[in-house]
Design a protein around this ligand. Structure first.
Ligand code: FAD
Length: 470
C-alpha cells in the first residue's frame, strides 16, 4: 500500500496539511502535480502565470528531493490521471488541500466519491484560505456581499490555527508499475515563452518558489509593514509585500503569514500591521464571492450592469492601453510595469483599470482577460472581483461615478515622478511637475493623450445615467 498527495495551488512543504498527513503515515508516497487544461470549465493559465508555474515547480521538485521524495508531473484530465496513478501505485490513501473554484470542486468531489467506492481513503484539508467560504455566514444564513461585515465576522468567528512545520523528512517515493512513465519533464510542458522571450524582466524581479516567498515575507515584516498604511499607496517605493504571486501559487500559507505577524507582535497589533492583515481579508472576501458566484469572471455581479452600453473600443486604443502608450504617465507606467515584471502596484492597477473601463468605456471583461494573461499573480477570484470593483458592477464596489483621474493620482502618489521615470524612458528628461502632464512640455517619442480626460469622463457618466434611467 502507498499514499498519494496531489498538490495544486499549494506548492510548498511548509504548512501543507495534505503532505504532512501523508508523510505521517510513513507509506511510500507519490507527490503529484497535474497540468490540467482539459477538464471542463478549467480556466487555462495566462502566459505570466505559466512562467511562474514552471519555476515554482522546479523549486518544489528540488525541495522534495532534498527530503528524500520526488515530484511526479503529469499533464491531462486530472480525474483520469489520479485514478490511473492511484491504481498503478496501489494507493490506499489520497490527500489534497481544498480548492474553491467551481470546476475544480466538481473534479475533487467526483474523485472523493470514486475513492470511497474503491476502498481508498481520500482526505482533504484547509490550507489556502484562513476562512473557508461556507463557514462565514450572515445572520440570515447567506453569503456576505460587503467586505467590512464579512471581515468582522471572520475576526469574530474563531481562532486561526497554527501553521504546521514542513516535515523533516519525507517517505520514499512509491514505485510505479513496470513500463509506467514516472514523470513528464517540466521542459516538455513548454510553459516558458520562447519567441519572443518576454520573461527577462520577470526573472529579474522574482524568485518563484517557497524560499523566495519566505524571504519576501521576512523582508516585508521586518521593515515596510511598519509604515504600510502610507507606504502601500506609493508605487515608487517597495511599500507592499509583493507576496501576491506567492500566495496565488500557495508557496506561502496564509496561516504562516498570520503566525509570523503574531510572533512579531504578541500583544496589540500596530495599526499599520492591522491594515496589512485586512488586505489579506480582501483575498478571503474575494474567494468567498467566487465560491458563491462561480461566474464572477464573466458575469456582472450586479445584474443591472448587464444593460450597460459599453463603447466599442478600437483595436488601436486597446493596444495603446496594453502597451502603455495612452499618453497618461501613471497609466502607462503601470501597464509597462505589468508587461516587464508581471506585476503592477495596486494603486496603479486601480487607475489603469479605471482608465480602460471609464475613459475608454470598455467592458471590464476585456481588461480582466489582459490582466489574467500578464499578471504573475493572476488569481481566479482576486482578478475578476477587483475588475468588477473598479467597474462598479461588483459586490461592495467602488461607485461607478468614481472615476480615477490619472493626473491627480500621479501628482498625489508619485509626487517626485520616480515611479514614472522608472518605467517610461521617454519622460526621463522632464523636470518637476511636468512629468505628470508631459503634453505641457513635449517629451520626445512619448504619445499625446489618447482621449481628453474631461470629455471621456462625461461620456462615461452619460452612459451610467442612461443605465440608471432605464
Ligand atoms: P499587499 O499590499 O502586500 O497585500 C498583501 C496581500 O493581500 C496580497 O498579496 C493579496 O493576496 C492581498 N490583497 C491585497 N489587496 C488586495 C485586493 N484589492 N484584493 C484582493 N486581495 C488583495 N490581486 C491578486 O492577487 N491577483 C489578481 O489577479 C489581482 N488583480 C487585480 C486587478 C485589479 C484591476 C485590481 C485593482 C487589483 C487586483 N489585485 C489582484 C489586487 C491587488 O492589486 C494585489 O493583490 C496587490 O497589488 C498585490 O501586491 P502585494 O502582494 O504587494 O500586496
Amino acid at each position: 500500500e502507498t499514499s498519494l498527495v496531489w498538490l495544486r495551488d499549494d506548492l510548498r512543504l511548509d504548512d501543507n496539511p495534505a503532505l504532512a498527513e501523508a508523510a505521517g503515515l510513513g507509506l511510500p508516497m507519490t507527490v503529484l502535480y497535474i497540468l490540467d487544461e482539459e477538464s471542463e470549465g478549467i480556466r487555462p493559465l495566462g502566459g505570466a502565470a505559466r512562467w511562474w508555474l514552471h519555476h515554482s515547480l522546479a523549486a518544489l521538485a528540488a525541495d522534495l528531493e532534498s527530503k528524500g521524495s520526488r515530484l511526479v508531473l503529469r499533464r491531462g484530465k486530472s480525474d483520469a490521471i489520479v485514478r490511473k496513478l492511484a491504481g498503478q501505485t496501489k494507493a490506499g490513501h489520497i490527500f489534497w488541500n481544498r480548492r474553491y473554484s467551481q470546476p475544480e470542486r466538481t473534479i475533487d468531489a467526483g474523485l472523493k466519491d470514486w475513492a470511497g467506492e474503491n476502498g481508498i481513503h481520500a482526505s482533504s484539508f484547509q490550507a489556502n484560505l484562513l476562512f473557508e467560504p461556507w463557514t462565514i455566514r450572515t445572520g440570515a444564513g447567506g453569503p456576505y456581499k460587503v467586505y467590512s461585515p464579512f471581515w468582522r465576522a471572520c475576526m469574530a468567528s474563531a481562532d486561526i490555527r497554527d501553521p504546521l512545520d514542513a516535515p523533516a523528512a519525507l517517505p520514499e517515493p512509491a514505485a510505479s508499475g513496470p513500463g509506467v512513465p514516472t514523470s513528464d519533464t517540466l521542459a516538455s510542458w513548454k510553459l516558458l515563452p520562447t519567441s519572443p522571450d518576454w520573461s527577462t524582466g520577470l526573472a529579474e524581479t522574482w524568485e518563484p518558489g517557497e524560499k523566495g516567498a519566505a524571504d519576501r515575507l521576512a523582508d516585508f515584516l521586518d521593515g515596510p509593514v511598519e509604515d504600510y498604511g502610507t507606504g502601500r499607496n506609493i508605487p515608487g517605493t517597495e511599500g507592499t509585500s509583493r507576496l501576491s504571486p506567492h500566495l496565488r501559487f500557495g508557496e506561502v500559507s496564509p496561516f504562516r503569514v498570520w503566525r509570523e505577524i503574531r510572533r512579531r507582535h504578541p500583544g496589540k497589533i500596530p495599526a499599520d500591521v492591522g491594515i496589512f492583515r485586512s488586505e489579506l481579508g480582501w483575498r478571503e472576501f474575494n474567494w468567498h464571492l467566487l465560491y458563491h458566484n462561480p461566474d464572477l469572471a464573466t458575469r456582472n455581479f450586479r445584474p443591472a450592469f448587464d444593460n450597460f452600453q459599453w463603447g466599442r473600443v478600437s483595436r488601436s486604443e486597446l493596444a495603446a492601453w496594453q502597451q502603455g502608450k495612452t499618453g497618461y504617465p501613471l497609466v502607462d507606467a503601470g501597464m509597462r510595469q505589468l508587461w516587464q515584471t508581471g506585476w503592477m502596484h495596486n494603486r496603479v492597477r486601480m487607475a489603469a483599470a479605471s482608465f480602460l473601463v471609464k475613459n475608454l468605456l470598455t467592458d471590464w471583461r476585456i481588461g480582466e482577460e489582459w490582466f489574467w494573461d500578464t499578471l504573475v499573480d493572476a488569481d481566479a477570484a482576486n482578478n475578476p472581483a477587483n475588475w468588477q470593483w473598479v467597474a462598479g458592477s461588483g459586490a461592495d464596489a467602488s461607485p461607478y461615478y468614481r472615476i480615477f483621474n490619472p493626473v491627480t493620482q500621479s501628482k498625489k502618489f508619485d509626487a517626485d515622478g520616480s515611479y514614472l521615470r522608472a518605467f517610461i524612458p521617454e519622460l526621463q528628461g522632464l523636470e518637476g511637475k511636468q512629468i505628470h502632464e508631459p503634453w505641457t512640455a513635449g517629451a520626445d517619442g512619448y504619445p499625446a493623450p489618447l482621449v481628453d480626460l474631461a470629455e471621456s469622463r462625461e461620456r462615461a457618466l452619460d452612459a451610467y445615467q442612461k443605465l440608471k434611467d432605464e
